[in-house]
Design a protein around this ligand. Structure first.
Ligand code: HH2
Length: 271
């Protein structure tokens, strides 16, 4: 079964982001060298990450698709080295079953699929390795998603999608299912804020809810228009709100700072 994430403590867990890409919107190019990627992952674990999410393809708006061979060339050495050096669960951020399979074989135990199981083979890959799955909502591709932001009720429609996909995964026998409304994926800034305001509605589905607001552009839409490097505080506010509204896990670049913010939430909860 591999390393499992435990959500029963009631704590909001932290998923530390590791992008092994040249073009991610915040950390692109910083961790292309596997040794640096492993070093940063171990640092995030020290800082309080409960799981490391390793990605080899940027999904920022407008990003170019990457072939599976190139994605694997980027992420596999990192998964292999990390799996042998740490017992912390590893998640593979991919929408390609072939990439997921290799990384699960190398020691990852969670698939983070931003396309929300669009490829039915992903479910098979997860079953083969008894892996958990993050099902995220998006529309279209990174190239087209920002033209697909029309919803009558963004929360109701995203929730409906996640309920269907999670139900199918559950019927198939997936052992751990996590749902994610997909902040910034085919959503306007206002819709992202609404998703955060109404996050409890996703929690009502009964699956652990993950949200990933870290340094995203909706935070830069506020007065001042801060670029990604200046969105730390806004991101901490967003994860604090998410935690208070029931998120089981947050996906962040800034693990140490996020841990400190979430410590306040835990202290308030148990006061
Ligand atoms: N956001 C990004 C990538 N993967 N996975 C989940 N489950 N939820 C998210 O919100 C999410 C995700 C995009 O952020 P990042 O990885 O920092 O950037 P890039 O796609 O440019 O690598």
């Amino acid at each position: 079964m591999g390393r499992t994430l435990r959500f029963d403590s009631g704590r909001t867990l932290i998923m530390g982001i590791l992008n092994v890409t040249p073009d991610s919107f915040f950390d692109g190019g910083r961790f292309l060298d596997p040794a640096r990627a492993v070093e940063r992952s171990l640092e995030m674990i020290e800082e309080g990450a409960d799981v490391i999410d390793i990605g080899g393809e940027s999904t920022r708006p407008g990003a170019e698709a990457v072939p599976a061979e190139e994605e694997l060339r980027r992420v596999l050495p990192v998964v292999e080295r990390l799996a042998s050096r740490s017992g912390t669960p590893l998640s593979i951020d991919t929408s390609k079953p072939a990439v997921a399979r290799e990384c699960l074989a190398a020691g990852a135990s969670l698939i983070n699929d931003v396309t929300g199981l669009r490829d039915p083979e992903m479910l098979e890959a997860a079953l083969e390795f008894n892996a958990g799955i993050v099902i995220m909502h998006m529309r279209g591709t990174p190239q087209t998603m920002q033209q697909q932001t029309y919803y009558q009720d963004v929360v109701a429609e995203v929730k409906q999608y996640l309920a269907e996909k999670a139900g199918a995964a559950q019927s198939a026998g997936i052992r751990q299912i996590i749902i994610d409304p997909g902040i910034g994926f085919a959503k306007t800034a206002a819709q992202n804020f609404e998703i955060l305001r109404r996050l409890e509605e996703f929690c009502d589905l009964g699956y652990p809810v993950l949200v990933g607001p870290s340094r995203k552009s909706f935070l830069g839409s506020l007065p001042g228009g801060a670029p990604p490097e200046q969105r730390l505080e806004a991101g901490l506010a967003a994860v604090t709100i998410a935690a208070l509204k029931g998120a089981s896990m947050v996906r962040v670049h800034d693990v140490r700072q996020c841990r400190r913010a979430l410590d306040v939430v835990e202290a308030v909860r148990s006061a």
